[in-house]
Design a protein around this ligand. Structure first.
Ligand code: ADP
Length: 493
């Protein structure tokens, strides 16, 4: 039977002689005095020799570098005299042309019946590639270390507390400001040492937010009180941002704690002052309003035009003052959870067509109202009207040059969406996230508008209490659109 070329090839793969010569490692046999008696083709080709130039002519030490020779004499041979196997010895082989390559050698010793070493069989692995990978790895590690040092140096320079955490939220780095605030040793962090320094009323809040942020992989931001080394609690804003890999998985968290104590205490003082002032002002304003109403009736009976004009002005001023004081009182009530809602069903179109009568009467601004027919909502009509009036008053105040204000309402799924749009100067994008915060005001270059920065805060709280959503879309130079949406049905369904 004739043999096929494939079967020849398969036989060559398992032929011991061919395997020995062309193995992916070098084979070398030498006598106890180092003379080479056998060498395979793989090793010969790495070394650049012919079989005839090496076997029974060269010694082991002729094939290795100078360092390899010293190693051979001082360690390798003495070890072979003592042991049966000497593994993972690493030194350089030297080629015929003088160049070198790194190798890993495993050796087995053979002895005669008296135990005398007679020969050694060695396998030689060319580890040039491995060394290259090791060098690259080392280089990458060096670069990563340098980057880390740079980051740590920079983070030690800034007056803010900085930390990083692994994907599971475990803190693994804190900067110097952080350790010194908590009185820890440099570079040391222990959750046990930090926990007692977080105000007991804020601990649960922190856990809740942190756990949630890790679960959904989104930025965490929380205000809490931290105890400094003098034992005083100070308000801090803690922020943590996740960094994600290409697969979208969180790799680590970068965080900061900013001291906002002065800001928070200033707001607390302002709150206290406003609460006292608004209560003190409300009573005289109410009696002044009542007196003015009486006087108005008398003056109208007399028909004196000058007095009537002065009366109209006084009434306008007292109403403005009353609205301001109401805003202040509302803020106090909202903060103390005292905002009472009177929920009932009402027709949205009817409500919008009657709202902002003061604007319609004044005649300077035109309200364009578009509303789907038959829309009803369960809400506190008076409070919701307060929101629209605030949006419209702001549009007039901050967009005085655009005489058209657009109000529209429509149904979106089970939500009633209402928006007020102006063609005014708009709001800068960096200010938008804070626009509904208490006392927040944007300075409008050149123009000075009076206000307390409470209107939108009150609107947001009213909408929140209705389980609704509130927002703003604005581009500088293109106007602003303030909106809110309310569930169509009652809050209880
Ligand atoms: P106040 O009007 O008393 O300052 P608000 O809470 O009503 O308080 O508004 C907060 C800030 O939002 C205002 O100071 C103003 O800078 C900005 N703002 C509100 N509405 C508009 C608008 N329609 N166009 C431009 N800026 C606005």
């Amino acid at each position: 039977m004739q043999k096929s070329p494939e079967s020849d090839f398969l036989k060559s793969l398992t032929d011991p002689g061919i395997l020995y010569e062309n193995a992916p490692c070098g084979y070398l046999s030498f006598t106890a005095d180092g003379k080479i008696v056998k060498i395979n083709q793989t090793l010969l080709s790495w070394l650049g020799y012919d079989q005839s130039e090496v076997v029974n002519k060269l010694f082991y030490t002729d094939l290795v570098s100078r360092g390899g020779k010293i190693y051979y004499e001082m360690f390798y041979m003495p070890l072979l005299q003592l042991q049966h196997n000497v593994n993972e010895i690493n030194f350089d082989f030297q080629r015929f042309d003088g160049s070198k390559f790194p190798a890993l050698i495993n050796s087995t010793a053979f002895r005669d019946s008296h135990g005398k070493l007679v020969a050694i069989n060695a396998t030689v692995y060319n580890i040039t590639d491995r060394k290259k990978y090791e060098r690259e790895l080392l280089e990458a590690k060096k670069q990563a270390d340098a980057e880390r040092n740079r980051f740590e140096l920079l983070s030690d320079l800034i007056p803010e507390m900085i930390f990083t955490a692994d994907a599971s939220g475990e803190i693994n780095y804190t900067n110097r400001r952080f350790t010194s605030f908590f009185g820890l040793l440099d570079g040391s962090f222990s959750a046990d040492a930090i926990l007692p320094k977080i105000h007991h009323q804020d601990r649960f809040k922190l856990f809740k937010y942190w756990k949630r942020a890790i679960a959904i992989g989104e930025e965490a931001q929380i205000e809490l009180r931290l105890q400094n080394q003098e034992g005083t609690y100070q308000w801090h804003l803690v922020r943590a941002l996740p960094t994600k890999g290409n697969d979208g998985e969180i790799e680590k968290w970068m965080g900061s704690c900013t001291d906002i104590n002065r800001h928070i205490t200033a707001i607390q003082h302002l709150d206290e002052f406003i609460s006292v002032a608004s209560h003190e002002l409300k009573t005289p304003i109410t009696s002044l309003r009542a007196s003015l109403q009486l006087m108005d009736r008398l003056i109208t009976q007399q028909g004196e035009p000058k007095l009537m004009m002065l009366m109209a002005q006084s009434k306008k001023s007292i109403e403005k003052m009353n609205t301001l004081v109401d805003d202040l009182l509302n803020t106090g009530n909202i903060k103390e959870g005292k905002l009472v809602l009177n929920i009932r069903k009402f027709d949205v179109s009817e409500w919008l067509n009657n709202t902002c009568s003061h604007v319609r009467l004044a005649g300077r601004y035109k309200l364009h109202i578009s509303c789907e027919h038959g829309l009803n909502v369960y809400a506190d009509e008076h409070r919701i009207d307060q929101v629209i009036v605030n949006f419209v008053n702001n549009a007039i105040k901050y967009a005085p040059l655009s005489s058209d204000i657009f109000i529209s309402a429509y149904k979106d799924n089970d939500q009633i969406h209402v928006e007020v749009k102006d063609n005014g100067p708009g709001i800068a994008p960096d200010k938008l996230p804070y626009i509904f915060e208490r006392y927040f005001r944007v300075s409008h270059s050149g123009a000075e508008y009076s206000g307390l920065g409470l209107g939108l805060y009150i609107c947001a709280e009213i909408i929140k209490r209705h389980n609704g959503r509130i927002g703003v879309e604005s581009n500088v130079g293109e106007g602003s659109k303030f909106w809110f949406s309310l569930p169509e049905s009652t809050p209880t369904g």
